[in-house]
Design a protein around this ligand. Structure first.
Ligand code: G
Ligand code: G
Ligand code: MN
Ligand code: NA
Length: 252
């Protein structure tokens, strides 16, 4: 299928939706927030992964409307969750191409200023690679988003093989440890990369989400090593918004 034409049609006909994967506070097991994940339900092809179509639309003028759609929907859902669950945080992924567009920068700032939800309940996930590409522009954008109240997280942390100096140059709130490091954890082995990242995060006063927790042993390991938060199929899989609300209601 033609991805560009397909995405344009999907925007037009409402074939996108968001799924949410809960983020859990490891000390208590409580759900503190959720990551919004874009889903494209194609009428003939079925579900198409963002891993497949985001890279394609990044080089086109479609990345902007798709990013807008995700942000709008996430804020709308957040609005619904604010009353029953004050402080609940929703995070969205912003791709490198969108990060470096002035229109995306200003749109997100305006969205959070006009929304009836506290801006600090919205988190932005960015990869190291996308930030480092244009460090100066990125610093300006993130400074603006921070001033508006949003939280900035580094996604897939540890996979960008960059120098770490940018951590001091950007207003970062937290690190999401890439699931490849969590997968390699073994009980009793403290000298893991996860432990190293947690030490770094602690020294810089950054929050941490350990991603890709699939087993009870991995959950126990990252909790024992001091990760504040966790995410992964072993905790909760991504789910439709209605299912998220059911899970949250059942938790009360
Ligand atoms: O949800 P899934 O595992 O299929 O996600 C695959 C990839 O797509 C991940 O890298 C994820 O960060 C990315 N992704 C999911 N939703 C969005 C989105 O709304 N915007 C962007 N830019 N990337 C997304
Ligand atoms: O790149 P990013 O971290 O945004 O990717 C998010 C995607 O990772 C989610 O869309 C989800 O499908 C996937 N994911 C979440 N938890 C797990 C997990 O425990 N194992 C694996 N293999 N993938 C996961
Ligand atoms: Mn992410
Ligand atoms: Na990630």
């Amino acid at each position: 299928i033609d991805i560009l034409q397909g995405v344009r049609a999907a925007l037009e006909h409402g074939h996108f939706h968001l799924e949410y994967q809960p983020v859990v506070e490891l000390a208590t097991g409580t759900i503190r927030g959720a990551e919004a994940l874009l889903r494209w339900q194609h009428p003939e092809q079925g579900l198409i992964s963002p891993a497949l179509f985001i890279p394609t639309i990044e080089d086109s003028d479609l990345i902007e409307p798709v990013t807008r759609w995700v942000a709008h929907q996430a804020v709308q859902d957040l609005l619904e969750l604010q009353q029953p669950y004050p402080g609940f945080v929703v995070s969205i992924n912003i791709s490198g191409a969108a990060l470096h567009q002035d229109s995306t920068r200003d749109f997100l700032t305006e969205l959070t200023q006009n929304a009836q939800v506290p801006a600090n309940c919205l988190s932005i996930e960015l990869t190291e690679t996308s930030m480092i590409k244009h460090l100066d522009d990125c610093r300006q954008t993130l400074t603006q988003w921070k001033a508006a109240g949003m939280n900035i997280w580094i996604d897939d942390f540890g996979t960008g093989y960059s120098s770490l100096s940018y951590l001091h140059q950007l207003p970062i709130d937290g690190l999401k440890i890439d699931r490849s490091f969590v997968r390699e954890l073994h009980p009793g082995h403290g000298n893991s990369l996860v432990a190293t990242i947690l030490t770094l995060a602690k020294s810089m006063d950054l929050k941490v989400v350990a991603e890709g927790i699939e087993t009870e042993s991995q959950r126990a390991c990252v909790a024992q090593l001091g990760s504040g938060y966790g995410q992964g199929f072993g905790l909760y899989r991504p789910m439709p918004f209605t299912a998220l609300k059911q899970v949250l209601a059942a938790e009360q």
